[in-house]
Design a protein around this ligand. Structure first.
Ligand SMILES: Nc1ncnc2c1ncn2[C@@H]1O[C@H](COP(=O)(O)OP(=O)(O)O)[C@@H](O)[C@H]1O
Ligand SMILES: [Mg+2]
Length: 372
């Protein structure tokens, strides 16, 4: 392959805040993010997604309809990016669509993970070949199916002689450890909650989707007893490979713990939830990363200044920055990763790293839904 190929990556994470759309060019396997756009998710669809993230009645009908609705919305998101960039569908080689996770159960008796947003609808509406369902093959091979972004992080951000940690703070937080060989064994895992619990609490008490810059949390104080109770969650003491989701760090888990701390002001709870995220991330980095590592942040949580201050204070000796400093918009990294994964699949190249997910081997991921 000698000419440049363009791919689109579509991502909607556990925060359900927006559909991230990245335009990525490939020239002889070298990826470059060329454009980025955030497509809004209407409030009623956000609500339907959140309702399906936890067990409830009539799930098959609700999930089936939402699968179609989200397929349409993902297609619109891709078409809006094309319009913004002055491109037509013919210019795009393929779309990589992560889909919307509504359930992730890597520890079930029969482990499964479910992303919806029908790729046939995306391929039909856009006229662009769509690659989707990236996680299932890794699970078939005994892996967690997650996280999948570390391979892309390695491709983009690995620098010899310069250990780095890529820290993505979405609804859930995950890290990729880009250390030197030998042996070059890429590691990465979900550290636990990123913004999801803080978002839930801000929505409940401020009626806002998130605590802007952690301002509300900053007005409260950490409650040591509550923090200790939250850290009792068994996920924190599990070894990698591991992955988690909203079903584990949910209001159903949080509220019974909070009911034992009824007299705490809501702002103290927000501050304590922020501390939980900061400390669980910092502990994971201290346990696995080289002490001199540079930490590059991405994802929406990298804009929460209180959270950053706390991570920075807990990780003295590490340097902190965002991926913006090394050329990729911190909001675009995850969507770009799915464009990259689609490129890998379209060229019969492996996309997963078994050392990250625990699968039997590295695999070519996803299903291809041809255009036309
Ligand atoms: N200025 C900000 N201050 C605090 N939090 C923010 C800010 N901007 C974004 N966020 C957080 O980032 C989240 C979105 O991050 P994102 O990386 O898109 O997560 P996901 O991958 O789970 O969708 C929002 O829900 C919010 O919690
Ligand atoms: Mg998001």
């Amino acid at each position: 392959m000698s000419s440049k190929q363009l791919y689109i990556g579509l991502m909607s994470g556990t925060s359900v805040d927006a559909i991230d759309v990245a335009l990525v060019s490939f020239y002889q396997e070298e990826a470059k993010v060329e454009g980025f756009y955030e497509h809004p998710i209407p409030a009623n669809i956000q609500h339907e997604i959140s309702e399906l993230c936890l067990p409830g009645p009539n799930e098959i009908d609700r999930a089936g309809e939402l699968d179609q609705t989200l397929g349409e919305l993902f297609a619109q998101a891709a078409l809006s990016l094309l319009e913004q960039q002055g491109l037509t569908s013919e210019a795009i080689h393929a779309i990589g669509s992560h889909g919307q996770t509504i359930r992730h159960r890597p520890k079930a008796k029969h482990p499964f993970t479910l992303q919806i947003g029908n790729p046939s609808v995306i391929a039909y509406r856009t006229g662009i070949t769509t690659v989707a369902d990236f996680r299932a093959k890794d699970m078939a091979a005994g892996g967690q199916g997650a996280p999948l972004v570390p391979a892309f992080h390695h491709d983009q951000f690995y620098k010899q002689g310069h250990p780095r940690v890529i820290l993505n703070i979405g609804g859930i937080a995950n890290i990729s450890l880009l250390n030197d060989p030998p042996p070059q064994r890429l590691l990465g895992f979900d550290t636990g909650p990123g913004n999801t619990l803080m978002d839930y609490w801000a929505q409940k008490h401020l009626n806002q989707p998130y605590d802007h810059d952690g301002g509300w949390a900053r007005s409260g104080q950490v409650n040591a007893e509550l923090l200790e109770a939250l850290f009792m969650h068994k996920y924190f003491s599990q070894d990698a490979p591991k992955s988690t989701g909203r079903e584990e760090f949910s209001p159903h888990w949080l509220e019974p713990i909070l009911s034992c701390h009824k007299n705490l002001p809501a702002k103290d709870i927000q501050r304590t939830l922020c501390e939980l995220t900061a400390r669980s991330i910092s502990a994971a980095i201290q346990q696995y990363a080289e002490a001199s590592s540079e930490i590059l942040l991405c994802g929406g949580g990298s804009k929460n200044s209180l959270l950053l201050e706390r991570i920075s204070a807990l990780l003295k000796g590490y340097t902190l920055g965002t991926t913006n400093a090394v050329g990729i918009n911190a909001d675009a990294v995850e969507a770009a990763a799915f464009a990259w994964l689609a490129y890998r699949t379209m060229h019969s190249l492996t996309g997963s790293r078994s050392s990250v997910t625990g699968a039997k081997r590295d695999l070519i991921l996803g299903g291809i839904y041809p255009a036309g």
